[in-house]
Design a protein around this ligand. Structure first.
Ligand SMILES: CC(C)(COP(=O)(O)OP(=O)(O)OC[C@H]1O[C@@H](n2cnc3c(N)ncnc32)[C@H](O)[C@@H]1OP(=O)(O)O)[C@@H](O)C(=O)NCCC(=O)NCCS
Length: 196
C-alpha cells in the first residue's frame, strides 16, 4: 500500500534550512522557544519546562502515529533549532468544528522572524502534502489577533471564510485569544497558484 512506502516526513535541505523529524536533541530548543514571551504573545501563557516536555512527547507521538507532526526547522549552517513548521494533525481533547483535517502551522524563535523562513518551509510542506501525500485540503488557524500568523496564511494563498471563525475549545469563555480565524487551501487552489 502506498501508505507503507512513503516517508511522510522526509529530511529536506534548502540553501539555509534543514526541515526534518523531531529528535531527542530538539527538546532544549523547544523549551527555550516556548518560554519566550514574544513567541507566546498570542497564547494564554508562556510554557514551563514541564509544559514543553509534554508538547515534545505529543509531537513525537504524532510523528510515530501519522508519520509527521509539525516538523523541526533547523538552521543549516549552524544546526541551530529555529522552531517548527509544517503539516500536523490537531489532537485536542475536544474536537474542532472542521475536524478531521491536516493543518499547517509555524512557531519560530524571534531571531528567525522577518526572513521569509515560515514562507519557505510552508511552501515546501504544502507541495509535499498536495503532490506526494495527495491531500485534498490543508487548513490553518490562529487567534484572530495574531496578525503575523494570519499574514503567513494569506501569503500562502490560503482563504478565510469569516462564517467559519470559531472559539478555540481549549481557551476559556471571555478570553481575548479565544476567537480564532480558519484558513483553508484546497488542492485545486494550490494547483491554480502553482500553474499561474
Ligand atoms: C508567525 C511567525 C512564524 C511569522 O514569521 P515571519 O518571519 O513573520 O513569517 P514569514 O516567513 O512570512 O516572513 C515574512 C517576512 O519576512 C520577509 N522576508 C524576507 N525574505 C523573504 C523571502 N525570501 N520570502 C518571503 N518573505 C521574506 C518579508 O519581508 C516578510 O515581512 P513582511 O511581514 O513585512 O511582509 C512568527 O511570527 C512566529 O513564530 N510567531 C510566534 C509563534 C506564533 O504565533 N505562531 C503561530 C501560531 S498560530
Amino acid at each position: 500500500m502506498i501508505e507503507d512506502v512513503i516517508d511522510k516526513c522526509p529530511r529536506i535541505e534548502t540553501e539555509r534550512l534543514v526541515l526534518r523529524k523531531w529528535e531527542e536533541r530538539d527538546l532544549e530548543g523547544l523549551v527555550q522557544m516556548n518560554a519566550d514571551p514574544l513567541v507566546m504573545e498570542f497564547f494564554p501563557a508562556v510554557m514551563s519546562r514541564q509544559d514543553s516536555e509534554r508538547m515534545f512527547e505529543r509531537l513525537i507521538a504524532k510523528q510515530v502515529k501519522y508519520g509527521f507532526g509539525t516538523p523541526v526547522v533547523e538552521e543549516r549552517a549552524s544546526g541551530r533549532f529555529l522552531g517548527l513548521c509544517g503539516l500536523g494533525i490537531p489532537t485536542y481533547p475536544e474536537p474542532l468544528p472542521f475536524d478531521p483535517c491536516v493543518e499547517i502551522g509555524w512557531w519560530l524563535i524571534p531571531d528567525a522572524w522577518g526572513r521569509g523562513i515560515a514562507q519557505e518551509a510552508s511552501r515546501i510542506w504544502l507541495r509535499f502534502g498536495f503532490e506526494t501525500l495527495c491531500l485534498n485540503e490543508v487548513v490553518s488557524f490562529t487567534s484572530a489577533v495574531n496578525r503575523r500568523s494570519e499574514k503567513v496564511m494569506q501569503k500562502l494563498g490560503m482563504v478565510r471564510d469569516a462564517s467559519e471563525d470559531f472559539d478555540h475549545p481549549l481557551i476559556e469563555e471571555g478570553h481575548p485569544l479565544r476567537r480564532h480565524v480558519l484558513y483553508r487551501l484546497s488542492k485545486e487552489k494550490y494547483l491554480e497558484r502553482e500553474d499561474g
